[in-house]
Design a protein around this ligand. Structure first.
Ligand SMILES: Cc1ncc(COP(=O)(O)O)c(C=O)c1O
Length: 388
C-alpha cells in the first residue's frame, strides 16, 4: 500500500507516548493526575443540555442540516454585537465549524496551494501548524519570545517572507503561552497584513477566560480587521461543551464564502440539535460563563501558589485554562521533566517542545482537574523530590 506524504508528516507524538505511560500506571493501580490535555471538566449549563435534549427528541431534526440555521446565524451576529461590539452580517460573514479545530485545515485549503507560505506562531497549538501542512503549505515560524511578552514581533519577519506569505495565524489569549496581546499589536497586525496582502486568521478560543476582572475582546473589533481576515471562536471551553464540537469562523466575507463553499462540498451541516444547543448557549443566561471563568481562576491561584510555595517558580497566567511554567533549572529538556513528573510524581503535563521549537524550556499545565486533585498534584510533586 502506498500512502500520502500528507499523512506521513502527521504523528501522534508525545501525547500518545504520555498516554501510554498513563495507562500502564493506571493498570498497576497507581494514581495519575492528568493536567496535560485541555479537555474541560466543567459541566455545561442546564439550559444548554435541555435545548440539546429537546431537539434530539424531535424526530424532524434528523435530516441533513445542509447549512447553518438562519436562527443560528442571527444568534451569532447578536452574540458578537453584545459580547464584542462587532457587527456581523448573518448571511455573509458567519460560518459554523464543527469545532474550530477543523477550520485550520479547511481555511488553509481555501487559501494556499501546494508550497505556499503560511506564517504561524511558535510555540503554538499544534493544529496551527498541522492544518496548513495538510493543505500543502510551507510554514514560517514567528517566535513568541519571553522577552517580548510571548507576543509575535512583526518587525522580526523578513521582508521577503512577508511578501511570499498568503496566510498568517495568530491567537491571543494564547495557548500554550497564555499571553494576552495589547491593542497596539492588533493595530500593527492589520497594517502589516494590508501592506503585504496577507489573510489573517485570529483564533479566539479563550476571550472569556480572562482573569483578574479584565475582559477579553475580539480581533474584529479593531478598525480594518474585517478587511484583512477572520476570527475563529469556539464554544468548547467557554460553555464546557468541547465534545459537542461547536465553533465559528466570522469576519471577511471573501474568506467566509470560500470556507462555506468548501464545507458545502464536504459535510452536510452541523447536526440540528447541536445547532439548537449552540443557540441556547450564546443567547441564554450568560452567568454560566462567569462561573466557569471563576472556577478556572481559583484553580489557577491554587496551582500557582502551591507550586511556587514548594520552589517551582511560575507566573500566574492572565488568561486561558493553562499555566506556562519554566522547567526547573536542573533540567535541560521539557520532555525529561514531563517524564519525571509522570513517572515519579504521577502528574501528567505537556512538554513545551510539543508546541514547536520555541516551546522548549517550559511545560504546559492544564487547569482541568478539581481543586482537590490540584492540591494532590502539588503534594505528589513535593514528595517525589524532583524539584530538589
Ligand atoms: C487555541 C485553541 N484553538 C482551538 C482549539 C480547538 O477548539 P475546538 O474544540 O473548537 O475545536 C483549542 C482547543 O484546545 C485551542 O486551545
Amino acid at each position: 500500500m502506498k500512502f500520502s506524504k500528507r499523512i506521513d508528516q502527521l504523528n501522534e507524538g508525545i501525547f500518545a507516548k504520555l498516554l501510554e505511560i498513563k495507562r500502564e500506571k493506571l493498570a498497576r493501580g497507581e494514581q495519575v493526575i492528568d493536567l496535560s490535555v485541555g479537555s474541560p471538566n466543567i459541566a455545561p449549563a442546564r439550559h444548554i443540555l435541555d435545548a440539546l435534549c429537546a431537539a434530539a427528541a424531535d424526530e424532524r431534526n434528523y435530516t441533513y442540516a445542509i447549512s447553518d440555521l438562519p436562527e443560528l446565524l442571527e444568534a451569532v451576529s447578536k452574540w458578537y454585537k453584545n459580547r464584542y461590539g462587532v457587527d456581523l452580517d448573518p448571511k455573509t460573514e458567519i460560518c459554523s465549524l464543527m469545532g474550530s479545530q477543523e477550520g485550520f485545515p479547511l481555511i488553509s485549503m481555501t487559501v494556499v496551494d501546494e508550497g505556499d507560505l503560511v506564517l504561524i506562531p511558535d510555540p503554538c497549538y499544534p493544529i496551527f501548524a498541522d492544518g496548513p501542512r495538510m493543505a500543502g503549505a510551507k510554514l514560517y515560524y514567528m517566535p513568541q519570545k519571553r522577552e517580548n511578552g510571548y507576543i509575535v514581533n512583526l518587525k522580526d519577519i523578513p521582508e521577503d517572507i512577508a511578501r511570499l506569505a498568503k496566510l498568517m495565524i495568530v491567537s491571543y489569549p494564547n495557548n500554550p503561552t497564555t499571553a494576552v496581546a495589547p491593542d497596539e499589536f492588533y493595530h500593527e497586525l492589520i497594517a502589516f497584513a494590508k501592506e503585504y496582502d496577507i489573510i489573517v486568521l485570529h483564533d479566539n478560543a479563550y476571550s472569556d477566560l480572562v482573569f483578574d476582572n479584565k475582559r477579553g475582546g475580539s480581533f474584529l473589533a479593531y478598525p480594518g480587521a474585517k478587511d484583512v481576515g477572520v476570527e475563529f471562536n469556539s464554544l468548547s471551553k467557554t460553555y464546557g461543551i468541547a465534545g459537542a464540537r461547536i465553533g465559528f469562523c466570522v469576519g471577511n466575507k471573501e474568506v467566509v464564502s470560500r470556507l462555506k463553499m468548501l464545507k458545502s462540498n464536504l459535510d452536510y451541516g452541523m447536526f440540528i440539535p447541536i445547532q439548537k444547543a449552540a443557540i441556547a448557549a450564546i443567547t441564554g443566561d450568560q452567568s454560566c460563563v462567569s462561573r466557569t471563568r471563576e472556577a478556572y481562576e481559583i484553580r489557577r491561584n491554587i496551582l500557582c501558589d502551591g507550586f511556587n510555595s514548594i520552589g517551582w517558580h511560575m507566573k500566574k497566567p492572565e488568561a486561558t485554562m493553562f499555566v506556562w511554567a519554566p522547567i526547573p533549572p536542573k533540567y535541560e529538556k521539557s520532555i525529561d521533566f514531563a517524564m519525571d513528573m509522570l513517572n515519579r510524581a504521577g502528574v501528567m503535563v505537556t512538554p513545551g517542545s510539543a508546541f514547536g521549537p520555541s516551546g522548549e524550556g517550559h511545560v504546559r499545565i492544564a487547569l482541568v482537574q478539581d481543586i482537590e486533585d490540584i492540591k494532590k498534584a502539588i503534594e505528589a510533586v513535593k514528595r517525589s523530590g524532583i524539584l530538589d
